[in-house]
Write a protein that binds this ligand. Structure first.
Ligand code: MOS
Length: 736
């Protein structure tokens, strides 16, 4: 019997039942290994480029060398080259990755090249080598369409100031004028890349007017609609498979050009087409994080109580894109102060498109802000930890809404205790050529949920979870397995979790740190539905039913589920819809990061010696994958502080260092032992599992801890990230 029922939840109110705490299986919150881990380390997990359907052809993208209107090409000559099957110049090829949520941001078609590096054609051949060779011979004629600006701060840059994104409360100028202490500085963060390990790749195949795309994407239900939209077919003619994704960090939120090129070419050729982007194409054609200029003004009284906060930002973006880096997202609520200004300005320039990169907004906004807070604390002669403790908000300072939970103070105190925080003046510790210093910062990140569905199938032998959710390295397979195992009383080995297929119920996808909370809730709802059916069949109340190790336990009787279920297969769908719970209160996650660095007095080199993060992000579903997310975030912080920057050619805006040899992400030797601690909390507003986002929190503020530690070590304050050797040297020389 396959009856499928649905349990809906419109998330309007807190759920105070905390049912997970009453379950008996005991797998939630453990450090269970990833169920797919063995497949991954043994090479059996097939990533996007690794399927090889019969008669597959290979496509290779052609890059625009300049900006302007496309007026012609030598496509005829290219078509005659060895092995070439097709030259795709379809204007439906998109100019860059869509921004992830179809409808919010248009899929930009071409006909023009908007930036240097934009894909303008795709050459398809029998072999990859033939396609690459022919693509390199392809010349696309582009006529200049005016003069352009390539730097947000350059004269002539068109600046947009969206009214809805400006905030002004009280009198900041007055607060600055009458402050006991104040700071007013510009901070800069560079253009950055997601730099996910797995390059984007797609294999498209058509059958009976429907296309199947194997790709590497984060938000499948949106990506399916995006592909349908650009191809002009209905979404039920599109299937996307992304069972394994080698990292995304935002770059795979939206459909990228290789997917569209593969689908268009496969249709024309009536055979499967694979388009793999090489590393330099990935850098240029998927969205980057905008560089930012942040003017931060802070005012406080003699006791270090903030009286004014100003955070005015300039970011860059291509014309017509709707996304802009929400730099001040954390500033709206991180600290209280009666006089507040938030400004948001977008320079429309011709660098490759900007988009969401891990912790869009807070990653760079909280980082700069937490450097400014450090500067003010030191000016006021107050320990930076103590300064923050004096400014913990009791409610959302901008809207007056209550916090769903506020753990800012607890993370600061616990983090300081674990690190052994003491405050000293700069330039006090020296080991040979090295100045040693410590720094700290707070972290904050908004918490979100989005609509999600999941199916859970229960048989006498075990459980199957089915959803189009993705696992981008974060641990979705593990946590969804754990939720189903816990709720239905099976060992995780009896639970099979199938993800990454748009034919399965549409989940949240992975992005914005909303994936675990949203999709776990859908699985939880489906499990509750099944628990009630089990209870009804046995004749007890659901709340009196204990499920453990394949047994139903009730009233001192223990019955195997296999006996209760017989040969039946029960299906339930869980459907979460976000509601007022996300609006009536301010939901967020908090952390505190402490770092010790050594700065070389001769070379200006900074080595991070230890780093410790304490985070409160609701219920931790899997300790190992949660900790791993925080390690990753803290390493991003080191990159932000010390090494990462995309350089754009001032003459045409193109990305100069578009590979992993020249774009410097921290390597193993750059990263010390990282301490990660969780303050377990139960935030009932979050969802019935009390689970909140983790992945992006750990990047926020961790770069600031490093930059603040540099100042404490050697007395040099860096305000333009990354804190490269030349900048630190300059400061050291200036100090004598
Ligand atoms: Mo995240 S930048 O939403 O992958």
């Amino acid at each position: 019997m396959t009856l499928e029922t649905t349990r809906h939840l419109k998330h309007d109110t807190p759920d105070r039942d905390r049912r997970l705490d009453g379950m008996a299986q005991g797998v939630i919150g453990t450090d269970m290994d990833r169920p797919e881990g063995a497949l991954k380390v043994s090479g059996q997990a097939t990533y996007a480029a690794e399927a090889h359907p019969e008669s597959m052809a290979h496509g290779y993208l052609v890059r625009a060398a300049t900006i302007g209107r496309i007026t012609g090409s030598n496509a005829d000559a290219v078509r005659a080259m060895p092995g070439v099957l097709h030259v795709l110049e379809d204007e439906r090829m998109i100019r860059n990755a869509a921004q992830g949520m179809a409808g919010e941001s248009p899929v930009q078609k071409q006909g023009r090249s908007w930036y240097v590096g934009q894909p303008v054609a795709c050459v398809v051949a029998e072999s990859f080598e033939q396609a690459r060779h022919a693509a390199q011979a392809m010349m696309v004629t582009i006529e200049p369409d005016g003069t352009h600006v390539f730097d947000a701060e350059a004269e002539g840059a068109e600046i947009e100031t969206p009214e809805k994104k400006q905030v002004s409360q009280g009198d900041l100028d007055g607060a600055m004028a009458s402050a006991a202490f104040s700071v007013d500085h510009d901070y800069r963060t560079p253009s950055m890349s997601s730099a996910a390990m797995e390059p984007h790749a797609s294999i498209a195949q058509w059958e009976d007017g429907a296309v199947t795309l194997r790709g590497s994407y984060q938000l499948l239900r949106f990506n399916k609609n995006e592909l349908a939209d650009v191809l002009g077919v209905s979404p039920d003619k599109v299937r996307i498979l992304s069972p394994y994704v080698g990292g995304g960090f935002g770059s795979k939120l939206g459909l990228a050009p290789e997917a569209v090129a593969a689908a268009l070419a496969a249709k024309v050729l009536e055979r499967p087409v694979q388009v793999v982007m090489h590393r330099r194409q990935v850098f240029e054609t998927v969205t980057r994080r905008s560089e930012t200029k942040q003017r931060i003004r802070l005012a406080c009284d003699a006791d270090g109580k903030l009286t004014g906060i100003g955070h005015e930002n300039l970011v860059s973006q291509l014309p017509e894109e709707t996304f802009s880096e929400p730099v001040a997202q954390g500033t709206h609520f991180q600290y209280a102060a009666p006089n507040r200004v938030v400004g948001h300005h977008i320079a429309r320039i011709r660098r490759p498109a900007a988009g969401s990169v891990r912790a869009p907004g807070e990653a760079v906004g909280v980082t700069a802000f937490e450097i400014a807070v450090d500067e003010l604390a030191k000016k006021a002669g107050i320990d930076p930890l103590e300064f923050r403790l004096r400014n913990v908000p009791t409610e959302d300072p901008e809207t007056g809404k209550p916090f769903s939970s506020s753990t800012m103070e607890a993370t600061l105190r616990e983090g300081a205790r674990r690190f052994g925080w003491t405050h000293t003046a700069p330039r006090q510790r020296r080991e040979g050529e090295w100045w040693i210093g410590t720094g700290m910062a707070g972290a904050v990140r908004v918490n979100m949920m989005i609509e999600a569905r999941a199916r859970v199938v229960l048989t006498g032998a075990g459980v199957r979870v089915e959803t189009d959710m993705t696992d981008i390295g974060t641990g979705s397979y593990a946590i969804l397995t754990q939720v189903a195992a816990e709720m239905l009383g099976h060992a995780p080995a009896q639970v099979q979790t199938i993800l990454g297929d748009t034919d399965l119920p549409p989940a949240s996808g992975s992005g914005g740190s909303f994936g675990a909370a949203s999709t776990s809730t859908a699985v939880y709802l489906a499990c509750m539905e099944l628990r009630e059916r089990l209870a009804a069949k046995i004749g007890v109340k659901e709340g009196e039913l204990t499920l453990k190790d394949g047994y139903a336990i009730h009233a001192n009787r223990q019955t195997p589920l296999s006996e209760i279920m017989g040969e039946e297969e029960w299906r339930a769908l869980g459907h979460l819809k976000p509601g007022r719970a996300g609006q009536d209160v301010r939901q967020a996650t908090w952390g505190a990061i402490f770092a010790e660095v050594a700065v070389n007095d001769t070379t200006g080199e900074t080595r991070v010696r230890r780093m410790d993060g304490t985070y409160a992000c609701g219920r931790v579903l899997n300790l190992k994958t949660a900790r791993s997310q925080c390690h990753g975030g803290m390493i991003w912080g080191i990159g932000l502080a010390l090494t990462e920057a995309l350089e754009h050619d001032p003459r045409d805006g193109h990305m100069v260092n578009r590979d992993l040899a020249e774009y410097h992400v921290p390597v193993n030797l750059d990263v010390p032992q990282l301490g990660v601690h969780f303050l377990e909390e139960r935030d009932d507003w979050a969802n019935p599992l009390q689970a909140k986002g983790i992945g992006e929190l750990a990047i926020c503020g961790s770069g600031a801890a490093v930059v603040n530690a540099i100042e404490n070590a050697c007395g040099v304050r860096v305000r333009t990230l990354p804190a490269t050797l030349d900048q630190v040297m300059e400061g050291l020389i200036a100090r004598g």
